[in-house]
Write a protein that binds this ligand. Structure first.
Ligand code: GTP
Ligand code: MN
Ligand code: MN
Length: 384
């Protein structure tokens, strides 16, 4: 919650999950600069430093208008000396010399290029950089050294780094909905991630699948994938057990519950989406655009889109929905707030009270906010 005080400074809460961060971001120039610093620190393995810059950026996203003078920032949390210095520079000169130097550096550019490949993290990118590789063609020359995922990422590099529009996300949602309902009538498909937060475009499409009868969802993901594959919609897919939170909270996870932590299955995929406006009008009997594999030029009328599919048991759906809606900083602070302020463990499956040693169930996101003693923040205001 941010309230404008008379002396032109703001009151902003310390945790992102206590703030309303609607779109648009009124301080894009500043947050872009801070996020470049966060990214650079991440590329160097300095996670604490990276998080500090991300938090500083996030605070500015909660401000109701554009920052004009650095003095206005005095009352804000999470802004360190370094962040303030960069903000001041951008306010005065329109740009920060430090940020520009990073953006033009060979290492930053190579790391950026490589980490934008589907299936490539900072570790791999850094290794390639150390080996003297700089371009995508340097990698294409050694396909045997790439995972299947990375090979697919390279083939579709351009498409996968073109923002996905909301209309495409809705279209993919509909395709998945039809496949899901063929496999299991009554199951639902929900668009989550950035699109649920109201973003007009994103880097992928995040879909959450569940069924109101607990247990019915078991085995569903494999069937849905097979169905989509048969229809020619999949350029790539791999099914994983979800290890995201067990990695993040590995030191605190109550072991008695560890087995059910493995229940979510997720699929990283690349969809083949027909995107000619004419496609829809061709009607029944027209060749499915997804079966056409033209690879270049103006005649091409499909594109590759990254899609994340997650299946969840109904009782855990509100936790999964909250956990997959983001933003990443909002999620991080929800968990941090739960642990530090409420002695509770929150993840995408459950909420656990550490002192009472009880699981707290919830039928909606609102109930989870209530359990945490937080004011409900709707998805559109979670763009922290
Ligand atoms: P764009 O895709 O760039 O539009 O942004 P986004 O906010 O949708 O990001 P992304 O698709 O990467 O992630 C969406 C949300 O899912 C974020 O809040 C992540 O924290 C969360 N998320 C991503 N991967 C996992 C995972 O493996 N497990 C869980 N529980 N959450 C995840
Ligand atoms: Mn997303
Ligand atoms: Mn995603």
């Amino acid at each position: 919650v941010s309230v404008e005080k008379p002396q032109d400074t703001w009151l902003v809460a310390a945790y992102a999950c206590q703030r309303r961060s609607p779109l648009p971001n009124n301080n894009q120039l500043l947050t872009d600069a801070l996020e470049t610093l966060a990214e650079e620190a991440h590329f160097c393995g300095h996670e604490g430093r990276s998080l500090a810059f991300s938090r500083a950026s996030s605070v500015l996203k909660a401000l109701p208008r554009t920052v004009r003078r650095v003095q206005e920032l005095d009352s804000l949390p999470c802004l360190g000396e370094h962040s303030k210095r960069v903000i001041q520079e951008v306010l005065e000169d329109g740009t920060s010399a430090e940020v520009e130097t990073i953006r033009q550096s060979e290492k930053y550019q190579a790391m950026k290029l490589f980490t934008k490949i589907f299936g490539v993290g900072v570790k791999t990118a850094h290794q390639w950089y150390q080996e003297g590789r700089r371009t995508l063609d340097d990698l294409r020359g050694h396909p045997a050294q790439l995972s299947k995922e990375q090979q697919a990422g390279l083939i579709h590099y351009e498409d996968l780094n073109t923002p996905v529009k909301r209309a495409d996300a809705e279209a993919i949602g509909q395709v998945v909905r039809e496949a899901v309902n063929k496999c299991l009538p009554g199951a639902s498909v929900t668009l989550t991630g950035g699109f649920r937060r109201g973003k007009p475009s994103g880097h992928d499409v995040d879909l959450l699948i569940t069924h109101p009868v607990e247990g019915q969802e078991a085995g569903l993901l494999k069937k849905v994938i097979a169905c989509l594959d048969q229809q020619g919609f999949l350029l790539y897919h791999s099914i994983h057990r979800n290890t995201f939170e067990s990695l993040e909270d590995s030191d605190q996870e109550p072991s008695s519950h560890a087995s059910s932590m493995d229940q979510y299955e997720r699929c990283f995929s690349i969809f083949c989406l027909g995107d000619l406006p004419g496609d829809a009008q061709e009607g029944a009997g027209a060749e499915k655009p997804s079966r056409v594999r033209r690879t270049s030029g103006a005649s091409r009328f499909w594109k590759a889109v990254r899609v994340d599919l997650v299946v969840t048991p109904y009782s855990q759906f509100p936790f999964a929905l909250l956990g997959w809606t983001g933003s990443r900083i909002f999620e991080r602070d929800l968990r941090r707030f739960a642990k530090r302020e409420k002695k509770m463990l929150l993840n995408s499956h459950t909420l656990y009270h550490l002192e009472q040693k009880t699981w707290m169930s919830a039928a909606s996101e609102k109930e989870i906010f209530q359990h945490l003693g937080l004011e409900y923040i709707p998805p559109e205001e979670r763009n922290a």
